[in-house]
Design a protein around this ligand. Structure first.
Ligand SMILES: *[C@@H]1O[C@H](CO)[C@@H](O)[C@H](O)[C@H]1NC(C)=O
Ligand SMILES: *[C@@H]1O[C@H](CO)[C@@H](O)[C@H](O)[C@H]1NC(C)=O
Ligand SMILES: *[C@@H]1O[C@H](CO)[C@@H](O)[C@H](O)[C@H]1NC(C)=O
Ligand SMILES: *[C@@H]1O[C@H](CO)[C@@H](O)[C@H](O)[C@H]1NC(C)=O
Ligand SMILES: *[C@@H]1O[C@H](CO)[C@@H](O)[C@H](O)[C@H]1NC(C)=O
Ligand SMILES: *[C@@H]1O[C@H](CO)[C@@H](O)[C@H](O)[C@H]1NC(C)=O
Ligand SMILES: *[C@@H]1O[C@H](CO)[C@@H](O)[C@H](O)[C@H]1NC(C)=O
Ligand SMILES: *[C@@H]1O[C@H](CO)[C@@H](O)[C@H](O)[C@H]1NC(C)=O
Length: 619
């Protein structure tokens, strides 16, 4: 434990400069060598011969050239590699070495790159490897051992794993081969990574495809039909009995994935730091309901530098019962929270064992904040919440940079009267409704069918699943651009997923239902496979985004190859059909599409989602 805490401190102190400091640490240790040898001479331990280990290392073709090995303790060695220019190293060569040296040795491996390449298959298993730290590198062959049966025969020795600013360079073939299928699931260690680790840190990782351009849609789909293409999500519970630090940070793509695995599925009872900093997340925090029950010794949940706009209710499950447990800090600094209310502050400031830090958010200090000011000055807050009074306003301009408790009432512009004339609004709504109903009856007779279908709950299929052999987790997978996420979250979700009309659909959303650690493509395929329908939300943003095109391709492929499933195209923002991608255009020509502006849009969409039922019956 002590050893571990020291590591943590060093890690935080060194930050980005870690690579430099490794070297100073190493040379210091070299001067200690004589003392260490003396201890070894005196020790009765059977120790591996230093020179044996060094000699074995010298035999290696590339590792010996690019890396320095030095002893750091009785049985411990540091290996520091700098991979420059066009050079590369293979994990397999290192494994050959670690297999040969005596069993009581441990290696700590630090690799930094200056353009160099690593051929390192995840999860970087090698016998006797205690720590691995990879910085600034491009990794190839990352998924090549996902299904290799030999993987499980290598001992799971990694205690500390850290990757920082790493690019994973995949080939399409490699990705497809590594997808989990019913008859060839991926290995446990590929799914879980190092299960004995104390710390797993993955920061600023991105995935690129080397051969994206060599893989036209047609080849892709043909290749895939050769497989028994059935996704089998393992949904294993990974057991991280030692794990104290879990970090996934600085990932631009993570907005599309989620943290279900570590937050809901895996076991990590000793987890103390859960770090999702800098990932552009905006709703993940809602998934942490009940976090105390799963993580009883949690000390720090880091959501700083994300896009959280609305603060959820933060609870303190069970902590009053067992007071020996730690205070958990929930760090929501530098997000996008603008509004501050009395209820919000009340929801967390009463908990003794949780401290929520919302400082450095762009707060709006207008008239609405008066009740907060009154509340803060009237109530004695727990000490941990002293900081609330000095929260800094971002808007409006006249109070920018000011602290909350320094504001005076006159500065808050509370004079404007916003009287809403209720009767007029209600009347207008009724008038509009009547108008719409009249229009419908007169001009949209066919569509009344749709309305009857949805409104009277006749044969609505979202809930009717039992008579279909194939059971799926979702009614529909929605493919959309990140930029449309607000619309999805605020408009589409309440319409489709709410139980209001007793016909809730279950939707697979990439920002919510993706499994962390899987690639985006992997997640999309699983989502499409586990959904009866694929809905494409085509907006101008969607068309612009490269990533979305890939998502689209996968969805398109899947829907074309499985007649029982339906591709539903939804057009947003008056998208012009003139200059769009040919693939997409041909798709629009052969599928009916819905426009969001359509009066009956939601009915049509639900009708379309229900269509699956009819198709299956006629099969
Ligand atoms: C350790 O022992 C070896 C011989 O067993 C000897 O040559 C060497 O000088 C000793 N080293 C120290 C630091 O005592
Ligand atoms: C250490 O290795 C050298 C060279 O392989 C060998 O001659 C020597 O006997 C070894 N010593 C021990 C204590 O194993
Ligand atoms: C060593 O590097 C060279 C050049 O990068 C490569 O061709 C060779 O296969 C490598 N050997 C091993 C064992 O990794
Ligand atoms: C690496 O690049 C250097 C020049 O930058 C060249 O001389 C050498 O042959 C290259 N090595 C390999 C294996 O391509
Ligand atoms: C590792 O050893 C195996 C067999 O012992 C050999 O086939 C393979 O080429 C070696 N790999 C490297 C990178 O040296
Ligand atoms: C990262 O790699 C780039 C080249 O790809 C190099 O210029 C840069 O110095 C490296 N940064 C660090 C911190 O090693
Ligand atoms: C991250 O790595 C890339 C190369 O892989 C390099 O170009 C870039 O400078 C690195 N960024 C930092 C902050 O080290
Ligand atoms: C979380 O990760 C970020 C980025 O690596 C780091 O700056 C921050 O200190 C970490 N937070 C904790 C609590 O470790």
């Amino acid at each position: 434990m002590k050893h571990y805490l020291i590591f943590l401190n060093i890690h935080h102190l060194l930050g980005l400069g870690l690579s430099l400091n490794i070297f100073t640490a190493t040379t210091e240790k070299n001067t200690d060598l004589v003392a260490k040898q003396q201890r070894i001479n005196n020790s009765v331990d059977t120790f591996s011969n230093f020179s044996d280990v060094m000699n074995e290392f010298d035999i290696l073709e590339n590792w010996s050239r690019l890396c320095n090995i030095s002893p750091t303790g009785y049985n411990d060695f540091n290996i520091v590699c700098i991979i420059k220019g066009n050079s590369s190293i293979k994990l397999s060569e290192f494994r050959n070495f670690t297999n040969r040296v005596s069993s009581n040795v441990r290696f700590d491996l630090f690799v930094t790159c200056e353009d160099g390449l690593l051929h390192f298959p995840w999860p970087f298993k090698a016998d006797k490897l205690n720590r691995i730290y990879i910085k600034n590198c491009t990794i190839k062959d990352y998924r090549t051992e996902y299904k290799n049966p030999l993987l499980e025969s290598i001992p799971d020795t990694i205690k500390y794993l850290q990757m920082d600013n790493v690019t994973i360079s995949l080939r399409f073939g490699e990705l497809y081969d590594s997808l989990s299928r019913a008859n060839s699931p991926i290995a446990r260690s590929a799914e879980c990574g190092p299960e004995n680790a104390f710390s797993i840190i993955r920061s600023r990782i991105k995935v690129i495809f080397e051969d994206m351009h060599n893989f036209p849609l047609y080849d892709f789909s043909t290749a895939m039909t050769h497989y028994d293409y059935y996704f089998n999500t393992q949904k294993r519970t990974c057991l991280y009995n030692n794990l104290e630090v879990f970090e996934i940070s600085g990932m631009e793509d993570l907005e599309n994935t989620n943290v279900n695995k570590i937050v809901h599925t895996d076991m990590a009872e000793n987890l103390k730091i859960l770090n999702f900093s800098g990932n552009g997340m905006f709703d993940t925090i809602y998934k942490l309901q009940g976090w105390r029950l799963r993580f009883p010794v949690m000390e720090y949940i880091d959501f700083s530098d994300n896009n959280i706009k609305v603060l959820p209710m933060i609870r303190d499950y069970g902590m009053t019962v067992e007071k020996t447990k730690s205070v958990g800090i929930i760090d929501i600094r530098r997000n996008k929270i603008t509004s501050l209310t009395k209820g919000m502050i009340d929801s967390f400031s009463t908990h003794e064992f949780v401290k929520v830090d919302i400082s450095e958010n762009p707060f709006l200090c207008d008239c609405g904040i008066i009740e907060v000011l009154e509340y803060l000055s009237s109530k004695t807050m727990p000490k941990a919440y002293d900081y609330l009074g000095s929260l800094v306003c971002a808007n409006p301009l006249n109070v920018r940079g000011r602290q909350l408790l320094s504001l005076s009432l006159t500065e808050l512009n509370c004079n404007k009267e916003t009287v809403i004339n209720f009767p007029i609004i209600v009347m207008s709504i009724i008038a509009i409704a009547l108008f719409v109903i009249t229009l419908l009856t007169l001009y949209f007779r066919n569509l009344i069918k749709v309305i009857l279908f949805t409104r009277l709950n006749i044969n609505f299929a979202c809930k009717i699943k039992n008579d279909i052999n194939e059971k799926k987790d979702y009614d529909a997978f929605i493919a959309y651009s990140e930029k449309d996420v607000d619309w999805i979250l605020r408009t589409a979700l309440p319409k489709l997923e709410s139980e209001d009309a007793g016909k809730a659909c279950r939707l697979c959303l990439h920002h919510r239902d993706f499994i962390i650690g899987n690639t985006i493509a992997d997640n999309i395929f699983k989502c499409v496979e586990n959904s009866y329908h694929t809905i494409l939300l085509i907006s101008s943003e969607f068309l612009k985004s490269e990533w979305c095109m890939m998502e689209f391709r996968a969805a398109l492929w899947k829907s074309l190859h499985d007649k029982g499933r339906y591709l539903i195209i939804v057009l947003k923002d008056n998208v012009t059909l003139d200059n769009i991608d040919p693939d997409l255009k041909s798709c629009l020509n052969s599928h009916t599409y819905l426009k969001i502006g359509d009066v009956l849009f939601w009915d049509k969409l639900k009708y379309a989602i229900s269509f699956r039922h009819n198709t299956k019956q006629s099969n």
